[in-house]
Design a protein around this ligand. Structure first.
Ligand code: GLN
Length: 248
């Protein structure tokens, strides 16, 4: 009788172990990245409907190194941090600036690129430098550093938030705002795609991009950094950046 009980116990334990291993692997073999795919060349939707760009390729290279599949979820930029915190995504890779306030809610990976907040104006605009922004209506993407800095510097009344850069640029074209403050690489893309706009030479802010990872997931942060740094050493990150950004 005792032996039967023992055997039964053993079987139950084995079943549990297998069940756990199975449930672990279905979520453990995939890394879920969140992004806002309206931020070329870091992330955008190509003609086939795929999310591509620098961040998508870096994430794929990191996932490959970690032996995992990659799934990309597209969402509003200002939902990304909550999604990281709630665990509905494993990390956000979205041309996201490392920022002290954001560090209160999420951790950041090592940085992989530099961003510059620039000012887009109509070609005939009287705005020539950052100093001319006082009293002007400024278009920004909601929740971005451009939004945060402009709201701090010029007050909420002067800042109009849009869900993404393309919408802010459309508002600039039809005169709803006098300028748009946004990251330099997307700015170049938007100016190229829209006639009659230019980027001012003056830089509003220089910043670093990194992946946002949950404070609860130190293991992923470590793995991510290890993979990222290997990719940097191998020249892979630069290769991906060069594929999308041609030096002037
Ligand atoms: N770098 C900016 C930020 O982190 C904008 C990022 C974005 O719009 N994807 O706020």
């Amino acid at each position: 009788m005792k032996t039967i009980k023992k055997l039964f116990c053993l079987l139950t334990i084995m079943c549990l172990v297998f069940a756990c291993a199975a449930c672990g692997s279905s979520s453990d073999d995939t890394l879920v990245m969140g992004t806002n795919a309206a931020f070329p060349p870091y992330e955008f939707v190509d003609d086939d409907g795929n999310i591509v760009g620098i961040d998508a390729e870096i994430a794929q290279a990191v996932a490959d190194k970690l032996g995992k599949k990659l799934e990309i979820k597209d969402m509003e930029f200002d939902s990304l941090l909550t999604a990281v915190q709630s665990g509905s995504i494993d990390f956000a890779l979205a041309g996201m600036t490392v920022d002290e306030e954001r560090k209160l809610t999420v951790d950041f990976s090592d940085t992989y690129a530099t961003g510059v907040q620039v000012i887009i104006v109509p070609e005939n605009s009287a705005i020539a430098t950052v100093d001319d922004l006082t009293g002007k209506k400024i278009g920004v993407q909601a929740g971005t550093t451009g939004d945060i800095y402009c709201t701090d510097d010029y007050g909420q009344d002067m800042v109009k938030q849009f869900n993404n850069g393309a919408l802010a640029v459309a508002a600039l074209k039809n005169g709803q705002v006098d300028c748009v403050v946004i990251d330099n690489e997307p700015a170049k893309n938007f100016v190229k795609a829209n006639e009659g706009l230019k980027i001012l030479d003056t830089e509003y802010a220089v910043e670093d991009y990194a992946a946002a990872i949950s404070k609860e997931n130190k293991e992923l942060q470590e793995d991510f950094n290890k993979a990222l740094n290997e990719l940097k050493e191998e020249g892979k990150i630069q290769e991906i950046i060069d594929k999308y950004i041609t030096a002037e």
